[in-house]
Design a protein around this ligand. Structure first.
Ligand code: GDP
Length: 372
């Protein structure tokens, strides 16, 4: 399962939000987040109306939705990259996740101390992005040093040529970071990506920005800091999603207990829980796609990287299937939804048989044939 971590300064609302995510019952009939693995880790269901529709159609014995693991990572402080606060331990936790939720405090409350003295979201954004970048620079410098040592021997071998190419890419990456950029914003070629990926750089990970608002601001969708935050993201992290949330409001909804009570409260206030959208946005940011397997026994949503071929998708179901893949029978959810049921899809001649080169599309319903 893919992992996302909640990151931000202390006292911005990370834990409150995480707790709300683990306790919420909204947005999914199967009980949105279904498992708290340990106090800092929760596996949540990714809401998807296609899955809900398929379950209604097949009424299977077992329903297995897609999920996302969310980690509550302890607060970051200025200077973490040089070991302040939890420092390096904290940063290594971020290294282990696939994507980052960055919580930015945009609520005023004199009772809740801000570690930097006052509420100033763009300053906070700068602190976090600098800490992550400094750590990446340090890491890339070490990688470059190691490469320099290896290439010093010189020579014309193929291996040396490869090392030198790698060295050139790592030097380029270092310069890019030193110029104040995040790696995920670079235009990297496929060969460069091969060098960059194994470095697990912090600034390479997708980010979803969550602005934590007071309940009042969340409901009216207005906040005095928001324009500046938007400006900052456009300038420093263009294209990354920004979602308003109110950790306090979400917490209050979970305390109402019953899903119906929370729904009624939302209706009364003319608002909705922000949690389902947070999860679906993260899924999009991770550049993932889904395929489904359906039947009377089980309806299941599977997670894949976009653009993978049928044997690799089969390998997600069972590792052996990738090697023993024969063919796949496929039609897309959109066709099924339009025509009503499987028999109608067959009658319309829309069921396809595809081989190893087939690129699985988002929403495909697959029946994989594999054998020894
Ligand atoms: P963390 O250190 O980032 O995990 O922050 P916490 O979630 O522990 O929150 C710190 C304090 O801020 C707690 O007392 C929360 O109740 C409070 N808090 C969180 N979100 C909000 C909010 O939207 N408005 C207000 N007024 N307080 C909040």
């Amino acid at each position: 399962s893919l992992k996302s971590g909640i990151v931000g300064l202390a006292n911005v609302g990370k834990s409150t939000l995480f707790q709300a995510i683990t306790k919420s019952s909204l947005g999914n009939p199967a009980n949105f987040p279904y498992a708290t693995i340990d106090p800092e880790e929760a596996r949540v269901i990714v809401p998807d109306e296609r899955f809900d529709w398929l379950c209604q159609q097949y009424k299977p014995k077992s329903q297995v939705p897609a999920n996302l693991t969310v980690y509550d990572i302890a607060g970051l402080t200025r200077g973490a990259s040089t070991g302040a606060g939890l420092g390096n331990a904290f940063l290594s936790h971020i290294r282990a996740v696939d994507a980052i939720f960055q919580v930015v405090r945009c609520f005023d409350d004199a009772e809740i101390i801000h570690v930097e003295g006052d509420v100033n979201p763009t300053r906070d954004l700068n602190i976090i992005s600098e800490e992550l970048r400094i750590k990446d620079i340090e890491f890339v410098e070490k990688a470059l040093d190691a490469l320099n040592k290896q290439t010093r021997r010189g020579g014309q071998s193929l291996e040396m040529k490869k090392l030198k190419e790698e060295e050139a890419t790592v030097a380029k990456v270092l310069q890019y970071l030193q110029d104040g950029n995040d790696i995920r914003k670079g235009n990297w070629g496929p060969k460069e990506v091969e060098v960059i990926n194994p470095l697990f750089l912090l600034t390479a990970k997708p980010v979803v920005y969550l602005v934590n608002l007071s309940e009042k601001d969340y409901i009216r969708q207005k906040n005095k800091y928001l324009p500046k935050v938007k400006e900052w993201i456009d300038a420093n992290s263009a294209g990354d999603p920004l979602l308003p949330v109110s950790a306090q409001f979400e917490e209050r909804l979970t305390l109402l207990g019953e899903e119906a009570a929370a729904e009624e409260e939302c209706k009364k206030l003319g608002t909705k829980s922000g949690l389902p959208r947070i999860i679906t946005t993260m899924r999009t940011a991770l550049n993932l796609a889904s395929f489904f397997t359906t039947g009377a026994d089980e309806v299941r949503q599977w997670t894949i990287r976009k653009g993978i071929k049928a044997p690799a998708a089969a390998g997600v179901i069972h590792t052996d299937f990738e090697k023993t893949f024969i063919q796949v029978i496929v039609y897309n959810y959109s066709v099924l939804k339009e025509l009503g049921d499987e028999a109608a899809v067959k009658a319309a001649g829309k069921v396809m048989t595809k081989g190893k080169e087939y690129i699985v599309e988002d929403g495909d319903i697959l029946l994989i044939k594999a054998g020894a």
